[in-house]
Write a protein that binds this ligand. Structure first.
Ligand SMILES: *Cc1c(COP(=O)(O)O)cnc(C)c1O
Length: 414
């Protein structure tokens, strides 16, 4: 039966519950499974260890868990994918993508800016990959026969610039394109329909949606999924069944949450633009006519994230982090409540200052993840904090300066 997106979000991965005679999602916490037939155990183990989606017997929970598989199945449906593979975190998911790509080569072509720790994982070469940084219009030039993957993030974190997925796919040719779609969720964007090979989510964010679970998930083809499962079995970066349960329980409200928060985010972004203390507001599609038409082609709205540059520099940003009352000063995003953070000092502090500035992350940039509160309450808190930060005639102190780089580029290349 073909159903609307709303209905799919509510029912995906629950198709067999009626037959099972239950209404809520079952949770299986077994670490091991009875093996009544040894030969069946051996063949199941062999199949799962090499990346099969299912087998006659789960054997051991690092190989397979039905609660996790149920969530994966639901998420795959929402992304229009053949399969999805769950991990312990978004970073574990990206690590598995990088490790599984090694059989095609060690070179990754990536477009900045991306999430700070994604940037760090690639740039540090920690997993043995080399990275070629490029811009969205130069992917074809950067790609060679040594390229195992192209990685993009759209909307990008924290500048909210959009990357044209279909155009990057075209430039990449035969090379698989991975899209970190964490900011968009399957509600706003379906990268696989645009030709991408893998969609990466930090499920910690909107998919979990309540700030209480760390997880990652990749939606892709069955053949690429097998490679990811193989890495997962070998490295053990598993999604716990409780996490899978919480994520799956959050899926029916995903569309409602994203659409409601998106309305509020757009409203706040427009109001922020009017404040004299705010130099510039970043929201998907706002930076140029080209970005606007890309947003309208590629996404069902600009999303729930915005960022803004202050006139008062780092000192004003630090003051706002201290003075917000309703809004929580914290990293992360996509929760039911509104969070504010300072990318230069927090999420992107692992990226050196020169690279940060070159990719549009100013020292006075703040990022807001808009939740489900009433817009007037959020505005009262935000506007009062911004005004107060620009009025406070505080004497300059070391607290007014952004702390030095955690990983300066000289140290990384050594
Ligand atoms: C948070 C985040 C990640 C990393 O995910 P974790 O679940 O924290 O490991 C990757 N990409 C983006 C865009 C993120 O926001």
């Amino acid at each position: 039966m073909s159903v609307s997106n709303h209905t799919q979000g509510v029912h995906a991965g629950r198709e067999d519950l009626r037959e099972l005679g239950v209404h809520a999602l079952p949770v299986d916490l077994s670490t091991t499974y009875p093996l009544n037939d040894l030969a069946e155990g051996t063949s199941s183990l062999e199949a799962l260890a090499s990346g099969a989606a299912t087998a006659a017997n789960p054997v051991y929970a690092r190989l397979y868990n039905p609660t996790v598989a149920r969530f994966e199945n639901a998420l795959a449906q929402l992304e229009g994918a053949e399969a999805a593979v769950g991990f312990a975190s978004g970073m574990a998911a990206l690590s598995a993508i990088l490790l599984a790509s090694r059989e095609r080569g060690d070179e990754i072509v990536a477009v900045r800016p991306i999430y700070g720790t994604n940037d760090h994982l690639l740039d540090s070469g920690l997993l043995g990959n080399r990275v070629v940084w490029t811009t969205a219009d130069r992917v074809a030039e950067a790609t060679s026969e040594r390229t195992a993957l192209v990685l993009i993030e759209t909307p990008a974190n924290p500048t909210l610039e959009l990357v044209d997925i279909a155009d990057v796919v075209r430039q990449a040719g035969e090379v698989p394109v991975v899209v970190d779609s964490t900011f968009a969720t399957p509600v706003l964007q379906r990268p696989l329909a645009l030709g991408a090979s893998m969609v990466l989510h930090s499920a910690t964010k909107f998919i979990g949606g309540h700030g209480d679970v760390i997880a990652g998930v990749v939606a892709t083809s069955e053949s690429l999924a097998a490679g990811l499962r193989h890495v997962r079995v070998a490295t053990g970066a598993l999604m716990h069944p409780w996490a899978a349960y919480l994520l799956h329980r959050s899926l029916p409200t995903l569309k409602l949450r994203v659409e409601r928060a998106q309305q509020t985010a757009l409203d706040l972004a427009q109001r922020l633009r009017e404040l004299p203390e705010v130099r510039r507001v970043f929201y998907p599609g706002w930076s140029s006519e080209e970005q606007r038409s890309l947003r309208d082609r590629q996404m069902a709205g600009g999303g729930t994230m915005l960022s803004f540059e202050l006139e008062g520099g780092y000192a004003a940003a630090a003051q706002i982090m201290r003075s917000v009352a309703l809004i929580t000063p914290a990293v992360s995003l996509g929760s039911v409540d509104t969070l504010i953070q300072h990318p230069g000092a927090l999420t992107h502090h692992v990226v050196d200052a020169e690279t940060r500035h070159a990719s549009g992350i100013a020292d006075s940039l703040m990022r807001l993840s808009v939740g489900l509160e009433e817009v007037e309450d959020l505005w009262a808190d935000l506007a009062a904090s911004i005004r107060a930060a620009h009025q406070a005639p505080s004497a300059p102190s070391s607290a007014d300066e952004l702390p030095p780089d955690a990983f300066p580029s000289a140290q990384k290349s050594a």
